[in-house]
Design a protein around this ligand. Sequence first.
Ligand SMILES: Nc1nc2c(ncn2[C@@H]2O[C@H](COP(=O)(O)OP(=O)(O)OP(=O)(O)O)[C@@H](O)[C@H]2O)c(=O)[nH]1
Ligand SMILES: [Mg+2]
Length: 215
Amino acid sequence: MSIITIERKILEKNDTIANQNRESFKEKKIFVLNFVSSPGSGKTSLIEKTLDVIKDNIKIAVIEGDVQTDLDAKRVAKYGVPVVQIVTNGACHLEAALVKDAFEQLNDREINLLFIENVGNLVCPAGYDLGENMKVVILSVTEGDDKPLKYPAMFRNAAVLIINKVDLIPYVNCSLSELEKNALGINPRLKIFITSCTSMEGIPEWSKWLKSNIL
Ligand SMILES: Nc1nc2c(ncn2[C@@H]2O[C@H](COP(=O)(O)OP(=O)(O)OP(=O)(O)O)[C@@H](O)[C@H]2O)c(=O)[nH]1
Ligand SMILES: [Mg+2]
């Protein structure tokens, strides 16, 4: 058996713009979360449920990243918050320059919290700093408890892990304790929440923690 490791460092330009974004967010006192996950783990659902809980107390905007459509932006816009859609036309991750342009479209609106939903992909977005305060990685139980071991960069670079779709745990071969052990083995500092966007389990705890971190 042979294992090929591909290492790339083509990210200097992205890092420069990400640092400019970070300065700009800091100056405007905006806390920024970059939501990353495989396609369909529940990024948009989590944003919707979080908006439901906290949007009356905090001024929030959302930047949506999608390969092809504005379906997620339309979902989020129903919550009455400003939304900007980035369509990457095939690219598998957002880049700092795209976020910079999208942020400019928010036209200096007064916001305290910015959610960025990245393109659904558990590999590529890990390497691209957007200038966020933290990456929030979402893993649904249907994906299996081995995923932190197989896609470690995403878990290493995140501050928070949301284990979503816990309502489906009786139907899938996924051990929550094994999943947590694997994730903490990669990154012992991960703050972990267990949620269901269907039953709302864990959403109040996550929302409370988020509020306490930004206020
Ligand atoms: N049973 C269950 N279904 C969920 C949960 N969260 C999300 N879903 C469903 O999973 C599907 C995908 O959810 P999305 O929120 O669109 O996932 P996403 O990560 O934004 O997907 P992409 O943007 O395409 O990468 C939808 O049908 C949701 O209704 C959950 O906690 N439990
Ligand atoms: Mg989505």
